[in-house]
Design a protein around this ligand. Structure first.
Ligand SMILES: Nc1ncnc2c1ncn2[C@@H]1O[C@H](COP(=O)(O)OP(=O)(O)O)[C@@H](O)[C@H]1O
Ligand SMILES: [Mg+2]
Length: 105
């Protein structure tokens, strides 16, 4: 597949009590009214005609459940672009986990 300019950046930071992992992309971002709903089971903006197995709408729901089962959180936000119209220049997912040996927050 030709390079279409898609980029994903992953960061990991650790403080005494917490590990923070962010995953950022330069895609279209997430509709502001869907920032919470995308974590609902079966919520998907699957392209028309694509099979269920390709986009089940389960990925983020399961990911958040795993994060919370470990005492953490998983959230989504848009990365603000430079344009005055406020269009997003990508999405950022943030996973926060209590660090081993540290106190859960
Ligand atoms: N990186 C992203 N940028 C924009 N929208 C996203 C991104 N990741 C997920 N979404 C939105 O969240 C929805 C749910 O994602 P997910 O739970 O992974 O299910 P699926 O990928 O099967 O649709 C997607 O259909 C899409 O609308
Ligand atoms: Mg997905």
């Amino acid at each position: 597949m030709p390079d279409q300019g898609g980029r994903i950046e992953v960061t990991l930071t650790r403080t005494r009590n917490q590990i923070v992992i962010t995953v950022e992309d330069n895609g279209p971002g997430i509709r502001p009214d869907a920032l919470e709903r995308i974590f609902e089971r079966f919520y998907t903006d699957r392209p028309d005609g694509e099979a269920f197995g390709q986009n089940s709408g389960l990925g983020l729901s399961i990911s958040r459940q795993i994060a919370e089962a470990h005492g953490g959180t998983l959230t989504a936000e848009n990365i603000a672009g430079p344009e005055a119209d406020g269009a997003a220049k990508g999405a950022r997912f943030t996973l926060k986990l209590p660090a081993a040996g540290g106190k859960a927050q």
